[in-house]
Design a binder for this molecule. Structure first.
Ligand code: ATP
Ligand code: MG
Length: 349
């Protein structure tokens, strides 16, 4: 029996509601599978913790987290009490950065029963692999002159290593899916970094037997709306991946179901699994938060740990639950967090 050590950080707001529910689903899926178990340790690090201790996590927090196989996080943020930059940098971004989580991976899939804003959504099923350590979000640049002559310069930083790393991940993921990788580029307008990105994409693609395409980000964004079903894995720089990820979540119909993973690739630190949505203070405590984003995120964590059967089982239970109309209010349903969770557990096999 494999045992995986999971660090659980429910965080703030609805994180406290959806994380325990997701753990119920994960544990049940593990039990039914019978070949692995999750050993979970919960950490109370959050804005509540900040109010008491003046920091989001203890000084040796990262040291404590380091020994786990994965981190399962809910949401961080309580802007009424703690400014967002304090809570984000004190926990979430600190972990992402110190643990070198270089990729952000987000699937978008059309699930029958969802109200996609697309008029005629055909079964899209894609994954966005976003390089998350450099690119357009670099800290290189500055401002010169003043007044009407003032100029701001922001440099893009693309390293061969980080770009290759993201692309290899994308190709290896596509091998387990539909064998197709699309690269997001803009080499007709951005004349240094993007041709470099294209070159690396071409050389990495030669190592795989996988169909590829490369589209400029403007056209690619439009295709996400007009024919998202054409994509399998899409690999993108930090900024382009950020934009595509939000479009991906939007075409699914609710931020409450969108999952995400922050992946560390060199085996030195744990990866972190955290849904796209935030702490949603407006609905916290009402028992109506959609648990699917967190549960699907847990499914991604199981995939990452190598437990594909249990992960697939959870996905199919999520799909059946939505198809049968058991939905929270954000999906125009009337079910509670608890009822959706119970339905998902009942569909596990
Ligand atoms: P962030 O915390 O990332 O800065 P935010 O605070 O702007 O994001 P969220 O907390 O994700 O955004 O909330 C945005 C909106 O989506 C809110 O109205 C919230 O109620 C709704 N929402 C978010 N997650 C869920 C969920 N799991 N179930 C139902 N509604 C949700
Ligand atoms: Mg927020």
């Amino acid at each position: 029996m494999n045992t995986y050590k999971i660090a659980v950080i429910p965080g703030d707001g609805i994180g406290n509601e959806v994380v325990p529910k997701a753990l119920e689903v994960l544990k049940q899926a593990a039990e039914l599978n019978g070949t692995f178990q999750l050993e979970c340790t919960t950490f109370p690090w959050s804005c509540d913790y900040y109010m008491e201790h003046g920091k989001m996590m203890p000084d040796d927090g990262l040291e404590q987290l380091k020994k786990f196989d994965a981190i399962f996080l809910g949401a961080v943020g309580d802007p009424a009490r703690v400014p967002d930059h304090v809570s984000l940098w004190g926990l979430l971004l600190k972990i992402r950065r110190q643990f070198k989580q270089q990729l952000n991976v987000r699937p978008a899939k059309y699930l029958k029963g969802l109200e996609s804003p697309l008029k005629n959504p055909k079964g899209f099923d894609l994954v966005i692999v976003r390089e998350n350590s450099e690119g357009e979000y670099s800290e290189v640049g500055g401002r010169i002159y003043q007044g009407e002559d003032e100029i701001a310069i922001q440099n893009n930083v693309f390293s061969r290593k980080a770009s290759e790393r993201a692309m290899h991940y994308a190709f290896q993921l596509a091998e387990k899916r539909k064998n197709y990788v699309t690269s997001a580029t803009k080499s007709n307008g951005i004349v240094y970094s993007m041709p470099f990105w294209d070159e690396i994409f071409k050389s990495v693609s030669e190592k795989y037997n996988i169909k590829t395409d490369s589209f400029h980000i403007d056209a690619l964004s439009a295709y996400f709306i007009t024919k998202p079903e054409m994509f399998d894995v899409v690999v993108a720089s930090n900024l382009f991946g950020d934009i595509l990820s939000d479009i991906g979540a939007a075409i699914m119909g609710s931020i409450g179901i969108a999952p995400a993973a922050n992946i560390h690739l060199d085996g030195e630190y744990p990866s972190m699994f955290e849904p796209v949505h935030g702490s949603a203070p407006d609905i916290a405590g009402k028992g109506i938060a959609n648990p699917i984003g967190q549960i699907w995120t847990g499914k991604m964590m199981l995939d990452h740990l190598g437990e594909k059967n249990a992960a697939d089982n959870i996905m199919s239970a999520i799909e059946q639950t939505i198809a049968n109309g058991i939905k929270t209010p954000d999906l125009s349903g009337s079910a509670s967090t608890k009822e959706v969770t119970e339905a998902i557990i009942s569909y596990l096999k």
